[in-house]
Design a protein around this ligand. Structure first.
Ligand code: 5RP
Length: 249
């Protein structure tokens, strides 16, 4: 495949996997909406179901961008509140390991994405075939950091054997990228991450990191599109074709 065909194929897989995930949604559910291009597709499809089938759902958005899109397509939104649990949270990922550990935050929204995933009874990840990896670490681990702390966080990352790069805006490369909370993002490389949980707990000890992009123990399952087929990766390591989305959870 040429790179453009590959890109086209991955775009198609995002569409197929979002469509499969939509099959899990039933009227009356409270949902978490992720961020990124796969989640955008999911949000548009959910909006279609809300309009066409009069599906009754309420959703919490994990970024300003997802919130804007959800409003545009007519999904009723709610804010986090005490006692609110979500039936499902749906989100993409940058890397999905065989044990469902994830790297997220390519779009810089991982803080709220983690909050939303943590408020859900079932966090379902949607991935095109490029996202499934044997070991995490090719994609850099994003850290949301308080601007004041950024230089010392970079030193601490070096102390852990990693390298870090401050993220700049894609549109204006001289402007630092800012998260929805007004923080910086450091993209960090640690080589192959053999023990993601250990790295996650080391990062959690560094003051100034508001959230890292390692999601350990959050996902209940991942739907992976490969060509025209959908597979389910579960916590027990099984990887099987999905017969019917309603079989989840
Ligand atoms: C944003 C994320 C996204 O879920 C991740 O970057 C995947 O994006 P895409 O669906 O565009 O491939 O974590 O912070």
């Amino acid at each position: 495949l040429s790179s453009s065909e590959t890109k086209e194929q991955l775009e198609q897989e995002k569409e197929i996997v979002a469509h499969a995930a939509i099959g899990c949604v039933k009227s009356g559910m409270k949902l978490g909406l992720g961020s990124g291009s796969t989640s955008d597709r999911f949000i548009r499809m959910l909006g279609d179901r809300v309009r066409v089938e009069q599906l009754k759902v309420e959703a919490v958005a994990s970024s300003k961008q997802s919130e804007k899109l959800a409003r545009e397509v007519g999904i009723p939104l709610v804010e986090p509140k005490r006692g609110l649990r979500l039936d499902f949270a749906f989100d993409g990922a940058d890397e999905i390991g065989p044990d469902l550990s994830l790297i997220k935050g390519g779009g810089g929204a991982h803080l709220r994405e983690k909050v939303v995933a943590g408020a859900a009874d079932y966090f379902l990840v949607m991935g095109d075939s490029s996202k499934l990896v044997n070991q995490l670490g090719t994609f850099p681990v994003p850290l949301e950091v308080v601007p004041f702390a950024a230089p010392w966080v970079m030193d601490r990352i070096e102390g852990l054997g990693g390298t870090s790069t401050l993220r700049f805006s894609k549109d204006s490369p001289s402007i630092r990228y800012l998260t929805d909370q007004g923080n910086y993002v450091l993209d960090c490389r640690f080589g192959e991450i053999g023990r993601p949980a250990e790295l996650a707990s080391s990062l959690e000890k560094i003051p100034g990191i508001v959230a890292h992009g390692l999601f350990i123990g959050y996902a209940k399952a991942a739907l992976i599109a490969r060509g025209g087929a959908i597979y389910v990766l579960r916590r027990d390591g099984s990887f099987e074709p999905l017969a019917d989305s309603s079989e989840l959870p």
